[in-house]
Design a protein. Sequence first.
Length: 91
Amino acid sequence: MKKPIPPLSVVVLKKLWPHARKQGHEVGEKRRIGYYSRQDGLDCIWLVNPQGEYDWTIDHSFLRKHFEVIERSKETSLFGVRRAVIGPMRS
């Protein structure tokens, strides 16, 4: 696995998969990468919705295929050690 994408990076959905719309997803939706979990490992990416809720997990191969990184964070703590909870996305 390559170096994990830093938490707080912003990604946009660029390609749908079968039944994506039935699951409520649309091209162009933005998410942030959440902090990784030691229990889940670094290939389990938690996506954070615009309201600041962790609501979806994917792996790096799914991320590369369906999302584009539009803003890479400079966050250095992969697990959110001594970091504030991720809040709502600014407009």
